[in-house]
Design a protein around this ligand. Structure first.
Ligand SMILES: Nc1nc2c(ncn2[C@@H]2O[C@H](COP(=O)(O)OP(=O)(O)OP(=O)(O)O)[C@@H](O)[C@H]2O)c(=O)[nH]1
Ligand SMILES: [Mg+2]
Length: 348
C-alpha cells in the first residue's frame, strides 16, 4: 500500500511541477512575440520593428504555462527543414503556427511534420486589423484565407483562429484560448485550463471544473496520508495540503486580497473563508469549523485496520469538502469580476 501510495504521490507531484508548454513558430515578423505579449498582458518578449528580432528561443513563463518564442525561419540561420530537430520541438505540448500573410512552404511542412508525430497544431492568422480587400467584407476575407490554407494543406481538418496582437486593440484571444483548450492533449488540458486567463463565462466554468478535478487529486494525497497510522503527525500534513491547495485555487481564479476586499456581491462568510485560507493560522480555524469530522478521524485512528480505512476516507472527505467550498467562493468572486470586465468592454 505504501509503495503504491508513494508512486502515485510521485506521479502527481511531477505532473504538478511540469509546466504546460506552447510553442509559437512562423515566418519572421508574423507577430509571434507580439502574440505572447498580448496573451500575457505585458511586454514579456521583445518585439521588432523589422523582422528577425527573436534570434534564439525565449521561454516566457506565465503562471503554470511556458510559451516558447522561436526565431522566424526560412532564413539562412534557421532553414525550416532542420527546425524540428534543431529546437527539439517534439518535447512540447502544443504548437501555434503564426502567420500574417500567405502561408509559406515552411509553415505547411512543419505543420505536416508535427501532426505526423501526433502533435496538436493550430494556425493563427495574426494582424487581422490589417485585413482589407477591396470590395470584400471581413468575413469574406477570412473565408478566403481559410480556403487558401485548405488548398495549401490539401485538407480541411485544421483549426484556424484569427487574432490581432496589437496592444491597443487585441482581438480573438478568447477564441484562441478556446482552440487551445480543445486541442491540448487530455493529460495536460486540466493544467492549461487552470492556468489560462478565463476570458468568457464558459471558460470560467471550465476552470471551475478543472479546479474540482484538481481537488479530487489533492484528496488522493490526503487519503494516502490518512493511511499513515500515527495520530497527530499527519494533521500537519493535512494543513499543508490545504494550504497548497488553497493557494493553487486562488491563483487559478486570480484572487488576491485586493480582489476580495473590492467585491460588492460576495458574502462576508465567503470573504472570511477566502482570506482565512491565505494563512496557516486561518486554515486551522477553517479545519476547526469542519471540526467534528476531523475529531472523529483522530479518534478512529487509534482503532487498528478498520479504523485506518475509515480514517483515510474521512481525510479524503474533509479535504474534498474544504476544497470544493473554497472553489465555490473563489469562483463567485472571479465571476463577479469577469462580468464587470465584460460589461466595461461592451461599453467601450
Ligand atoms: N498591425 C499589426 N501589427 C502587428 C500585429 N502583431 C504584430 N505586429 C507588428 O509586427 C512586427 C513584428 O512583430 P514581432 O512580434 O516582433 O514578430 P515576430 O514573429 O516575433 O518576429 P521575429 O522574432 O523576427 O521572427 C512588429 O512591428 C509588431 O508591432 C498585429 O496584430 N497588427
Ligand atoms: Mg519574435
Amino acid at each position: 500500500m505504501t509503495s503504491d501510495g508513494n508512486a502515485i504521490r510521485e506521479k502527481l507531484k511531477k505532473l504538478d511541477e511540469e509546466n504546460v508548454s506552447i510553442v509559437l513558430f512562423g515566418q519572421p515578423g508574423s507577430g509571434k512575440s507580439s502574440l505572447i505579449n498580448a496573451i500575457c498582458g505585458y511586454q514579456a518578449a521583445p518585439v521588432g520593428v523589422e523582422t528577425d528580432t527573436t534570434r534564439e528561443p525565449l521561454l516566457v513563463e506565465h503562471g503554470d504555462a511556458t510559451f516558447i518564442d522561436l526565431p522566424g525561419y526560412g532564413t539562412q540561420t534557421f532553414p525550416w527543414k532542420d527546425f524540428l530537430e534543431q529546437f527539439h520541438l517534439l518535447a512540447y505540448d502544443l504548437f501555434l503556427c503564426v502567420f500574417s500573410d500567405k502561408l509559406h512552404q515552411g509553415d505547411t511542412e512543419l505543420f505536416r511534420q508535427l501532426t505526423a508525430h501526433g502533435k496538436p497544431c493550430i494556425f493563427v492568422r495574426n494582424k487581422t486589423d490589417l485585413i482589407y480587400e477591396e470590395g470584400m467584407s471581413l468575413e469574406e476575407s477570412e473565408e478566403a484565407i481559410r480556403n487558401d490554407v485548405a488548398a495549401q494543406l490539401g485538407r480541411e481538418d485544421f483549426t484556424l483562429v484569427f487574432v490581432c496582437s496589437r496592444q491597443d486593440a487585441p482581438a480573438g484571444l478568447a477564441e484562441l484560448n478556446d482552440a487551445i483548450m480543445a486541442k491540448m492533449p487530455a493529460a495536460r488540458r486540466e493544467k492549461y485550463i487552470l492556468t489560462a486567463e478565463a476570458r468568457t463565462r464558459e471558460q470560467l466554468d471550465a476552470k471551475r471544473e478543472a479546479a474540482r478535478s484538481y481537488v479530487r487529486r489533492s484528496c488522493a494525497y490526503a487519503a494516502y496520508n490518512g493511511v499513515n497510522p500515527i495520530i497527530g503527525v499527519d494533521a500537519a500534513v493535512d494543513l499543508l495540503i490545504l494550504y497548497q491547495m488553497y493557494g493553487c485555487i486562488r491563483e487559478a481564479f486570480g484572487i488576491t486580497p485586493e480582489v476580495v476586499h473590492s467585491s460588492r456581491k460576495v458574502s462576508l462568510g465567503h470573504k472570511a473563508m477566502i482570506l482565512g485560507g491565505m494563512s496557516k493560522e486561518g486554515i486551522k480555524v477553517i479545519i476547526k469549523t469542519l471540526g467534528r469530522k476531523f475529531a472523529a478521524r483522530s479518534f478512529l485512528k487509534a482503532v487498528p485496520v478498520v479504523g485506518q480505512a475509515a480514517s483515510a476516507f474521512l481525510g479524503y472527505q474533509l479535504v474534498r469538502q474544504a476544497g470544493q467550498a473554497y472553489i465555490d467562493a473563489c469562483y463567485d468572486l472571479a465571476r463577479e469580476r469577469l462580468l464587470e470586465e465584460l460589461d466595461a468592454r461592451r461599453e467601450k
